[in-house]
Design a protein around this ligand. Structure first.
Ligand SMILES: Nc1nc2c(ncn2[C@@H]2O[C@H](COP(=O)(O)OP(=O)(O)OP(=O)(O)O)[C@@H](O)[C@H]2O)c(=O)[nH]1
Ligand SMILES: [Mg+2]
Ligand SMILES: [Zn+2]
Length: 300
């Protein structure tokens, strides 16, 4: 890569389809365009760029990635961010979150080697207890589940998340209306991420946040949060059906007891996963999500 070392380095902090916002090591931000038609940079990418006049730049080279968090729907790949330290899946007590979408995001993280945690927001709402119950299986499999009320008890939420976020780059992911931008605004001075009324967002079918964006929490630029648009679909076509149980920690644990090494956990005799299901060691909803996903991935 010696031919690129003369170029400036930059961090991709926002992606707007055809152009990007790059941050220099000095903390200055400028608009950059990709060289050529292909633009495969994502937020979190380290790039080499040079001045192109008019205060804008051209991206010449993409540095190798440590990781990439993405989903693969039927027709397209959607990359969320690269080079992240962890994923924070933010769901809310209301509107009711889809457990299938949560499970999918966690499987994608596991597959990309990215640690994940869950935040259950809107603890002030009456639906909170039921939502917490739906997350019991996730806490049991070793995920950290944080309860917050970002709007009504912001100081408490900050205190609860401070250690987790410190000195890391965290991608905040979750359905529309869960409070991702509320979290960003709370932790990032001057972020001014747009926050939407839930009813409005749901009725219009639109998301308040439409682009992924990198925010620094501290002036020293060591702790970062990445805001992302909510999603309604989360394809996992990058994963083979036979890999799936290995990416679901609760199923993985019990699959060691299966009689057949290539057990699909659907119908084979001597299946450790189904035995655990019958004993209540694996939740019914987790197993149902597994069978649905298995069918979906086996088809593709
Ligand atoms: N009751 C309650 N409402 C909250 C809480 N946190 C956020 N909200 C509200 O939830 C709504 C949605 O918040 P946003 O931060 O815009 O949600 P988002 O996840 O960024 O949504 P998208 O950008 O559409 O993906 C806003 O009206 C917030 O004020 C909370 O702890 N309790
Ligand atoms: Mg938002
Ligand atoms: Zn099995």
């Amino acid at each position: 890569m010696t031919q690129f070392t003369a170029l400036d380095v930059g961090l991709v902090v926002a992606s707007h389809g055809r152009h990007y916002i790059i941050e220099t090591p000095e903390g200055e931000r400028l608009t950059c365009h990709p060289r050529g038609k292909r633009s495969d940079c994502v937020v979190g990418d380290r790039v080499r760029w040079q001045q192109a006049g008019g205060g804008e730049g051209v991206i010449e080279h993409l540095e190798p990635r440590r990781n990439l968090f993405f989903r693969q729907d039927e027709w397209k790949v959607k990359s969320f961010a690269a080079n992240i330290d962890q994923l924070l899946v933010l769901v809310a007590a209301h509107p009711v979150f889809s457990e299938s979408q949560l499970a999918r995001a966690l499987i994608a993280a596991e597959s990309a080697g990215i640690p994940a945690h869950i935040v259950l927001n809107k603890a002030d709402l009456p639906q909170f207890a039921a939502a917490q119950q739906r997350l019991a299986a996730y806490a049991a499999m070793g995920l950290q589940v944080f309860a917050t009320a970002l709007k009504t008890a912001p100081a408490d939420a900050c205190a609860r998340l401070a250690d987790l976020l410190d000195a890391k780059a965290t991608l905040v992911l979750g359905p529309s209306g869960s409070g991702k931008s509320t979290l960003i605004n709370l932790l990032v001075p001057g972020a001014q991420a747009q926050v939407g009324e839930v009813s409005q967002a749901l009725n219009s079918g639109r998301h308040t946040t439409t682009t992924t964006r990198w925010y620094w929490i501290d002036p020293g630029r060591t702790t970062a949060l990445i805001d992302s648009p909510g999603f309604q679909e989360f394809g996992l076509r990058q994963i083979g059906a036979e890999q799936l149980a290995g990416l679901m920690p609760d199923l993985r644990e019990h699959s060691r007891a299966c009689r057949f090494y290539n057990c699909t956990h659907l119908h084979e005799p001597g299946c450790g996963v189904r035995a655990a299901l019958e004993q209540g060691l694996i939740s019914e909803s987790r197993y149902r999500i597994y069978t649905e996903l298995f069918a979906e991935l086996a088809r593709s």
